[in-house]
Design a protein around this ligand. Structure first.
Ligand code: IMP
Ligand code: MG
Length: 185
């Protein structure tokens, strides 16, 4: 894990704070889905770390599936609203209680598109759980049922989120120092 320190501005959310909040979310989800069997859908790749920790705190029977999307048009740091499904689900979600698990909601376009796509398959319920919410960047209104942290408008990395594909394995969330990190824009 060499190298990240030079791009790190500050640790925004420590490993301890992340683990505590993820545990709380898992407990809340378990209460809300009591008697049900939530089907958690993780959007690759950023949501993987969050999903893996979250499901360890979910005490109701649950299943998981994955999908991948890519946004295109602008730089790696901005969503254009154009989102393409690049990996479809393995399982049918009809009549399932789907919980979408995301790393971060920024403009909202990704989640909006994915929700629209999932709705066409008629799940019996559909909720959103995001670790991070950059609320002030929202361009399209999206429902968020579970949120770990509302964060300021800064580019963040670690705990699943990448800095040009690197550093997803860091156990904390850090902000990027814009003066030292330029590529990808
Ligand atoms: P949205 O469509 O603008 O809501 O963007 C959501 C996607 O943009 C996330 O799933 C991330 O892949 C990416 N993203 C947005 N902000 C950040 C960030 O600060 N760090 C890393 N990825 C980000
Ligand atoms: Mg993502």
């Amino acid at each position: 894990m060499q190298g990240y320190k030079e791009f790190l501005d500050e640790i925004l959310i420590t490993e301890k704070a992340l683990q505590e909040r993820v545990a709380e979310l898992g407990i809340k989800i378990s209460q809300d889905y009591a008697g049900m069997q939530p089907h958690l859908i993780c959007i690759l790749r950023g949501g993987v770390m969050f999903l893996a920790d979250l499901i360890r705190h979910i005490t109701v029977p649950s299943t998981i599936d994955f999908m991948a999307i890519s946004s295109y048009g602008m730089g790696a740091r901005q969503s254009t609203g154009k989102v393409r499904i690049t990996l479809d689900l393995q399982e049918d979600i009809r009549d399932r209680d789907v919980l979408l698990v995301e790393d971060i909601v920024d403009s909202g376009y990704t989640i909006a598109t994915v929700l629209e796509f999932l709705r066409t398959r008629h799940p019996s319920s559909l909720r959103v759980c995001t670790l991070l919410n950059k609320a002030e960047r929202r361009e399209i209104q999206v429902p968020i049922d579970y949120c770990g942290f509302v964060i300021p408008d800064k580019f963040v990395f670690g705990y699943g989120l990448d800095l040009d594909e690197l550093y997803r394995n860091l156990p904390f969330i850090g902000t990027v120092n814009p003066e030292r990190y330029h590529s990808g824009e």
